[in-house]
Design a protein around this ligand. Structure first.
Ligand code: ADP
Length: 399
């Protein structure tokens, strides 16, 4: 029998949704945006594959979800899976119970922009669909297998013991999906050592051993790590005092600069946070764009080389995310900066892979190199189904 899960990702004024059925071609997806304003609308793809655009003036999250579910009519889901950015120390997807909701609330100081929006969505779906089992799938959960030497910061101990300051990591759903998929295609499902590079607007790297995350580039927040669209990634932590003392900026202004005005956007002198625009500008001789691409690729390679310390051996490397899946140019640049591990890129094969195509791009010697289009919604749906099945077996009261 075909089952379907409604996957929801709630932001402060938007809801990304996807109805994932085990028949993948039937996926319905879209975005409700500008919620709470006169411009609120739903844009997406219908069950027939047609574009959908629906104005829902002043609709809030609950109204938007109600409209969505009414439109799905005959395709009513069997469960709802919520993407939740921060699960604190929760190690796996969980059925939404009052206790788990409390844990999401408790993790709010660690994800002040994301978790409150997820909670609005959870509250709305709980009220609208009390009969449906609902599951939270956390971006942080996959990284809870990191050993302590990978997740602790070299700070006074009480920050960790009393304030939970540690490295958590994000993009866990994507790293889990692509590493499972690549190792499966390689004929060694969840075996061996893999490096994964998720390169989108937010970007992170991960080292995976026998199917478990053992280190990752993001930390307490998604700001740590490699260069991103508008996030700086790693900088000297003294930058806050340097800027405060010399420019008189306060913490909020510095935080905003590091999260929203840095990365590719900052390096390119505000030209763009979009890699396509930068590649084009660089080809036309723009020096800032050229440097932004160079810093991005070098810092990515450096991060992957650093993460390799956690792996007893390297079986393969995976590129994913909008940049990783589409840009043969960035993949090639990154591999040039990774000369020491025996990777051998097949340039022709590399150039053929983009727009949602998965495949192997090494010459067949040394560690493998894969391009795997990520499928976070599919993974969330799968984990949701597994949690619901498990709960049924244990006879937990759901709905
Ligand atoms: P998000 O993190 O918002 O989900 P995506 O994974 O969609 O983002 O990735 C967006 C990034 O992918 C942008 O920087 C975009 O320029 C880049 N991208 C998409 N297609 C290409 C391409 N053909 N070449 C280079 N970069 C690309």
């Amino acid at each position: 029998m075909s089952t379907s899960v409604l996957v929801i990702n709630c932001g402060s004024s938007s809801i990304k949704y996807a109805l994932v059925s085990d028949r993948r071609e039937n996926r319905i997806y879209g975005l409700a945006e500008n919620l709470g304003t006169a411009e609120a609308r739903i844009k997406g793809i219908t069950v027939g594959g047609e574009p959908l655009e629906l104005s829902i003036p002043h609709a809030d999250h609950e109204k938007a979800l109600e409209t969505l579910l009414a439109r799905l009519a005959n395709y009513k889901p069997q469960a709802i899976g919520h993407r939740v950015v921060h699960g604190g120390t929760l190690t796996k997807a969980e059925l939404l119970t009052p206790e788990i909701i409390e844990r999401i609330v408790a993790a709010t100081p660690l994800a002040p922009l994301h978790n409150p929006a997820h909670l609005v969505g959870i509250d709305a779906t709980m009220r609208l669909f009390p009969e449906l089992p609902q599951v939270a799938v956390f971006d942080t959960a996959f990284h809870q297998t990191m050993p302590e030497h990978a997740y602790r910061y070299a700070l006074p101990k009480f920050f960790y013991t009393e304030h939970y300051v540690r490295r958590y990591g994000f993009h866990g759903t994507s790293h889990a999906y692509v590493s499972d998929r690549a190792s499966e295609l390689a004929g060694q499902f969840r075996q061996g050592g893999w490096l994964s590079a998720h390169l989108g607007n937010g970007s992170s790297t991960c080292a995976i051993w026998n199917g478990e995350s053992i280190d990752t580039s993001m930390g307490l927040t998604p700001l740590e790590g490699i260069v991103m669209g508008t996030r700086s990634g790693d900088v000297d932590p003294s930058i806050h005092s340097f800027i405060a003392n010399n420019l008189g900026w306060d913490i909020d202004k510095i935080d905003k600069m590091l999260n929203k005005e840095s990365g590719l956007l900052g390096l390119s002198d505000n030209l763009s946070n979009d890699m396509r625009t930068l590649i084009e500008a660089s080809e036309n001789g723009n020096e800032d764009a050229r440097l932004a691409i160079e810093v991005f690729s070098y810092r990515l390679a450096k991060s992957l080389a650093g993460l390799s310390c956690g792996l007893p051996k390297i079986d393969g490397l995976i590129f994913t995310g909008g940049i990783g899946e589409n840009s043969a140019y960035i993949r090639e640049k990154t591999m040039i900066y990774l000369p020491h591990f025996g990777f051998k890129l097949d340039k022709d094969q590399n150039n053929t892979l983009q727009r949602g195509t998965e495949g192997r791009i090494d010459v067949g010697q040394g560690p493998q190199i894969w391009v795997i289009p990520t499928d976070e919604e599919g993974r969330i749906a799968k984990e949701t189904e597994q949690v619901v099945q498990q709960a049924k077996k244990l006879d937990v009261v759901i709905g």
